[in-house]
Write a protein that binds this ligand. Structure first.
Ligand code: APR
Length: 244
């Protein structure tokens, strides 16, 4: 891809940068994006109908099994060139905050030093009642596994539809967005709040918005630069062109 010289000098001269990533950055690792069709057994369900407190109350085992299936599906999945380019990028700015909506842990796996996981992490499991984290549990029981401390049901440590985001993570993300000179929005459809509003918070404070996505999104008309294509290709090319 040919990048504009303005974009390259902007990146060379910036010190405070934030990036928000979504399911698109994991697509080239072999993970389906959130709004893609699902496989087999789960085809009949919409994620929105499984990822909610109501769904868990209605049928905890169904929700537990869906997450167990997703945990299994990401075993053996590895970061792609886009994840590694973000690690490289972080070395060139005095402050670089990586904010992700992804719960798969791939940014940490790739070695990104500080990642704000806005929607939690699917590998972690905690009590639905007392919030105690569990290190071990059995996915194959007939019932949802129980908390060793209070006997409540265990659940994945992810943010469900209708639930608030973890406060400290959200505050850190908003602060990073507001303080950024450059804000990247990468591989996210930008339709789920409050993550989607971070780009606007950054823009209102004067940040330059760079969007990288396979398709245009609602953010695209507001972006200063829209780099259309796959993040696993564009990000490494951008890093190379900027700091070669
Ligand atoms: N490179 C860049 N962008 C890509 C790629 C790729 N290789 N593949 C897909 N995309 C883009 C799609 O065009 C789309 O805009 O990634 C985006 C994925 O969008 P969603 O599936 O909606 O994922 P995301 O934006 O992360 O969803 C946000 O919604 O359901 C909730 O909690 C869930 O964190 C998730 C949140």
């Amino acid at each position: 891809m040919n990048f504009s010289p303005d974009l390259l000098s902007l990146l060379q001269e910036s010190s405070h940068v934030a990036a928000l990533t979504g399911a698109g950055v994991s697509q080239e690792s072999g993970l389906r994006t959130f709004r893609d069709a699902q496989d087999g057994l789960w085809k009949q369900y919409k994620p929105e109908d499984l990822a909610s407190p109501e769904a868990f109350r209605r049928d905890p085992k169904l929700v537990w099994d869906w997450y167990a299936w997703r945990r299994e599906a990401i075993k053996g999945v590895r970061p792609n060139a886009g994840h590694y380019a973000l690690v490289e990028m972080s070395k060139h700015f005095s402050e670089f905050t990586l904010i992700t909506q992804n719960v798969n842990g791939l940014h940490r796996f790739a070695g990104s030093p500080r990642v704000i996981e806005l929607h939690g992490n699917i590998q972690r499991v905690r009590c639905a009642d007392c919030y105690t984290f569990a290190d071990e549990w059995d996915d194959d029981e007939a019932e949802v596994p129980r908390c060793p401390v209070c006997g409540g049901m265990l659940r994945p440590h992810v943010v469900w539809f209708g639930e608030a985001l973890p406060r400290s993570e959200l505050e850190a993300a908003v602060e990073a967005a507001r303080n950024s000179e450059v804000f990247f929005s990468i591989g996210t459809s930008g339709v789920v709040q409050p993550a989607a509003s971070l780009a606007h918070a950054a823009r209102n404070r004067g940040a330059v918005i760079i969007e990288i996505n396979a398709e245009p999104t609602p953010l695209t008309p507001k972006a200063d630069y829209f780099l259309q294509g796959r993040s696993g290709e564009i990000l490494p090319e951008l890093v190379k062109a900027t700091w070669k």
